[in-house]
Ligand binder design. Structure first.
Ligand SMILES: Cc1cc2nc3c(=O)[nH]c(=O)nc-3n(C[C@H](O)[C@H](O)[C@H](O)COP(=O)(O)O)c2cc1C
Ligand code: SF4
Ligand code: SF4
Length: 266
């Protein structure tokens, strides 16, 4: 089983492609949080696919992983005692810092060992700070082309149940990013309090439908954020009127949502 979380579609695409290539099935963990504590089939490989957020694991994924690991413990089929193959694929726009250590620490704290992990570079979606924007169409194409090859290689390893492959993208200053900047980022910028709409909002509801955690409502003639946000930015990127802003810096930023038509033909 592959569990995934995705805001703008990159990780969903990777999870679905991996599922196809490994004859597995995949489930959106935001839609089925309780599945983390459902019984696991013996011998079943377990994959987790999610985006890097601030060089860290998104909090919704962290909560799922904790329940999932407790479940492995409770059913007494810890990695050491069973043949469960547990792997992670993190998608990122640039680099993941020390996200791998975070994942393996989180799991090993609960007695579960990670078998393998990969980072796959995909088009960037973070736009809320100065200097951050979506990629050019050329870079989107290059990243998607490269990612297609990487996902095929990951699928080969998963099919062979290869262990000990930790192919992440730590980038520069990974410790600083994950352990110093990441927590500040989470504290200050993982909140929906800085979202607002411009007068061009027509209350069409597109962003409401794209929010993976049901954090948006239209009440009293206004779009409202309900403070359960994971900051995936699906709302920002899906608005056909470009009417969503986050703080002061998103006015002229681009939009990106994964769509299969973006995949380059091979
Ligand atoms: C809040 C937020 C934080 C992000 N942080 C990082 C990061 O630390 N490193 C990185 O390379 N990309 C970062 N990105 C980019 C995403 O990880 C990347 O575009 C990912 O593929 C998006 O996946 P999704 O479409 O499944 O949501 C961030 C994006 C968002 C919205
Ligand atoms: S998608 Fe844009 S126009 Fe439609 S409700 Fe959301 S903010 Fe308003
Ligand atoms: S409100 Fe927007 S940023 Fe927050 S979780 Fe929903 S779609 Fe993602």
């Amino acid at each position: 089983m592959i569990f995934y979380f995705s805001g703008t579609g990159n990780s969903r695409h990777v999870a679905k492609r991996l599922a196809t290539l490994t004859d597995d099935s995949c489930i959106n963990l935001a839609d089925h949080p309780n599945l983390a504590s459902s019984p696991l089939q013996a011998e079943e490989p377990l994959g987790l696919v999610f985006p890097a957020h601030g060089w860290n694991i998104p909090s919704i994924v962290k909560a799922f992983v904790q329940n999932f690991a407790y479940n492995l413990l409770e059913t007494n089929i810890k990695q050491q005692e069973s043949s469960h193959y547990i792997y992670i694929v993190a998608t990122c726009g640039d680099d993941t810092g020390r996200l791998l250590q975070q994942c393996s620490n989180l799991l090993s704290f609960l007695g579960v060992k990670l078998s393998s992990a990969w980072a796959v570079q995909m088009p960037n979606t973070y736009v809320c700070l100065p200097g951050f924007n979506v990629d050019s169409p050329l870079l989107v194409e290059q990243k998607l082309r490269q990612s297609m090859k990487e996902v095929e290689n990951i699928a080969i390893c998963v099919r062979k149940r290869q262990k000990g492959i930790f192919s992440m993208r730590p980038g520069t200053f990974p410790t600083l990013k994950t352990y110093i900047l990441g927590p500040i980022f989470y504290k200050v910028l993982i909140t929906d309090r800085h979202f607002h709409t411009t007068p061009s909002c027509t209350l069409c509801g597109t962003c409401v439908r794209h929010c993976p955690v049901g954090n948006l409502t239209i009440d009293h003639g206004r779009l409202q954020w309900q403070h359960r946000c994971t900051m995936c930015l699906a709302c920002f990127h899906s608005c056909p009127r470009r009417a969503i802003r986050y703080g002061w810096f998103t006015k002229n930023k681009g939009q990106y949502l994964f769509h299969p038509h973006l995949l380059p033909s091979v």
